[in-house]
Ligand binder design. Structure first.
Ligand code: FAD
Length: 592
């Protein structure tokens, strides 16, 4: 399988133009990718969704047997080398599977605990002996995994963990401490536990429940995800063999951060599937529910909602597929070891954080509108809109909260710029000279290729992002990390830029990749970019007003007005086109 996207360094989309042929899109999935997706959808529809009520009664034997089914179908080993029972396929294959797992609600978290949080760190950091011992049984679903990083006093600040590991005379380790909110915690057999050796060196260990000294606390009473086990894990003199250190002593942060890099990308992918399913649900309800003598789908207010749900989902789908293509292009088709994969994930850590934040917030928006379209029925348990709304809320909290990820997006970009890994600083200087020259204006042109106006808008978003980041670096220097509000505005502008450009490039390719739906691709990209322009302007004004005053602020705001000119489009009509298509097709009309 090949995704045939161009190799570009992480974050460089801000500084370079890209062409439609450079980016991977859902329309470029191969037949093999589509077969994996189809297998997963059928499994979720026929074997998981009918079991959700039973799983919500905490039937963990059922959760185990569903994981075993995933093993039989090959879904747990997509990214695992064949030598350890996996299929060793590309990230596009993982994406095709994960997004179809998304609508399985609680089971998606059970699946993620196994595939992303246990199997992945073993693939990336395990020794050959560790991989041989654990991976085949995890990949087949014979044993269940969990990942224990958080503690009651250390969630976002995970490295402040208090769990201790003390080396014994025979080389083994004694672990003591209490981990909190652990997915699969009630029934996991193998747990990746983070502890500090002698209270100092943060280290990852592979801990089996069978070692003794490992117990699960009570199930948490949660807002949602009632069919996923979440418990504390208590370690009381848990004796761990010397061979079960994962990675190096004192380098547990590498295991944790690299697992998160992929986990964030993967969570974004699950959100795509959830959003698509909710759009189909909302459209079919709107088509059948009648008020004032007509289907509610005929009302402008409902068509607006459906159109917006599609445009936003299209944007996250586009950016996440583009990112999968970048990772696959970087890894190439040659066999790669764990270190090479970890490095590729690290290269695209900015894009992974964008996928997590944009994915989880888009999904929450879509699910909220789905409840609203269902009216009173959206608020009662007889309809699935209510369950999905509650289940999704945690996506903004785990895998690094969205606040932490918003700090990371511009933070990582600035760090890469300072290290000279990407030429952001010279680009910001050039822009500053341009800003001070009275001749600066929005890029113009007579190009009449589809979405030429939108591409010009994206070029302007990039300039605005550079202007905000450059001004912030100059204003705050090494104290920039203290300026969380400004970093938050920068993150939002960067997310809209990456999402907008990914949508436009995908829609430009749609003439050949999906001609039947070309009009819908163009409509989704136009709506997204148009409204992104309004958000970018508001965010930039707030950020600049926080950083400058007087004549300097006036100069910067005047430059902003000259740079950022977004051609008005009739988004009302475009949203109606999108809404009518989903009602007619009865499903999300775009995508894989
Ligand atoms: C259902 C569920 C499943 C989970 N599964 C797992 C699992 O399998 N394994 C695991 O290890 N953990 C798991 N977690 C824990 C989860 O990762 C943490 O809850 C999360 O990292 C946030 O930590 P916290 O709850 O301590 O919040 P806090 O860190 O206390 O954050 C509280 C608020 O303060 C904000 N905040 C914190 N620090 C900063 C800062 N520096 N700047 C700005 N704002 C900040 C946060 O964004 C948040 O809004 C799970 C949690 C839940 C609810």
């Amino acid at each position: 399988m090949t995704t045939s996207a161009s190799v570009r360094k992480g974050g460089t989309w801000l500084l370079e133009d890209a062409a439609a042929s450079d980016v991977f899109t859902p329309e470029r999935l191969t037949d093999e990718h589509r077969l994996m997706a189809q297998t997963t959808t059928e499994f979720v529809q026929s074997e998981v969704l009918p079991m959700l009520d039973r799983m919500e009664q905490k039937d963990w034997d059922l959760a185990r047997s569903l994981l075993r089914r995933c093993g039989e179908l090959g879904l747990l080993g997509i990214a695992v080398p064949e030598a350890y029972g996996g299929l060793d396929l590309d990230k596009a294959s993982s994406l095709a599977v994960i997004e179809q797992i998304g609508p399985s609600a609680s089971f998606a978290t059970t699946f993620g605990g196994q595939a992303n949080l246990t199997i992945l760190p073993l693939v990336l950091f395990g020794t050959p002996a560790q991989k041989e011992k654990y991976l085949p049984r995890l990949v087949s679903g014979e044993i269940v995994g969990a990942y224990a990083l958080s503690e009651s006093g250390s969630g976002s600040d995970a490295l402040a963990a208090k769990t201790r590991a003390v080396k014994q005379a025979d080389g083994s380790w004694l672990l003591n401490g209490e981990k909190m909110w652990i997915s699969n915690g009630g029934f996991a057999d193998v747990i990746i536990v983070f502890a500090k050796v002698d209270g100092e060196q943060f280290t990852a260990f592979i801990v089996e429940r069978a070692f003794g000294g490992v117990t699960s606390g009570n199930e948490e009473h949660k807002m949602g995800l009632h069919g996923s086990s979440t418990t504390p894990i208590l370690l009381q003199d848990a004796r761990v063999p010397a061979d079960n250190v994962l990675g190096e002593i004192g380098k547990g942060h590498k295991v944790a951060l690299n697992t998160l890099n992929y986990g964030r990308f993967s969570l974004g992918a699950m959100c795509i599937g959830g959003a698509r399913a909710a759009i189909a649900d909302a459209a079919s309800y709107a088509a059948s529910r009648r008020q004032f003598g007509q289907p509610i789908a005929s009302f402008g207010a409902i068509r607006h909602k459906l159109g917006e749900m599609i445009a936003r989902t299209y944007a996250i789908e586009s950016l996440i597929y583009r990112t999968a293509g970048l990772i696959d292009a970087t890894l190439g088709s040659a066999p790669h070891d764990g270190a090479a994969i970890a490095q590729a994930f690290e290269e695209y850590a900015i894009e992974a954080s964008i996928a997590k934040v944009a994915g989880s917030e888009t999904l929450d928006f879509v699910l909220d509108e789905n409840v609203q379209i269902h009216g009173g029925n959206g608020f009662v348990k007889d309809y699935s809109a209510e369950r999905y709304y509650r289940d999704a809320r945690v996506n903004r909290i785990f895998e690094g909260t969205n606040e932490i990820n918003r700090l990371l997006i511009p933070g990582m970009l600035v760090r890469r710029a300072i290290k000279g890994e990407i030429p952001l600083i010279p680009a910001a200087r050039r822009l500053q000279d341009e800003v001070l020259s009275p001749s600066i204006g929005a890029a113009t042109g007579s190009d009449d290729t589809p979405l030429a106006d939108e591409l010009r808008a994206i070029a302007a978003f990039k300039k605005v992002a550079l202007m905000i980041i450059g001004t912030a670096m100059q204003t705050y220097g090494d104290k920039l990390t203290d300026q969380q509000e400004v970093l938050g505005y920068a993150a939002d502008i960067l997310m809209d830029t990456y999402a907008g450009e990914s949508s436009v490039l995908r829609a430009q390719a749609a003439g050949t990749s999906d001609p039947r739906h070309q009009e819908l691709h163009l409509a989704a990209a136009r709506v997204f970019v148009h409204d992104a322009g309004l958000r970018v302007e508001a965010g930039a004004r707030s950020a600049l007003s926080a950083m400058a005053e007087g004549d300097t602020l006036r100069t910067l705001l005047a430059a902003l007005r000259r740079i950022l000119k977004v051609t008005p489009v009739n988004t009302v009509a475009l949203r109606r086109t999108l809404a009518d298509s989903v009602v007619a097709e009865g499903k999300y009309p775009l995508g894989a």
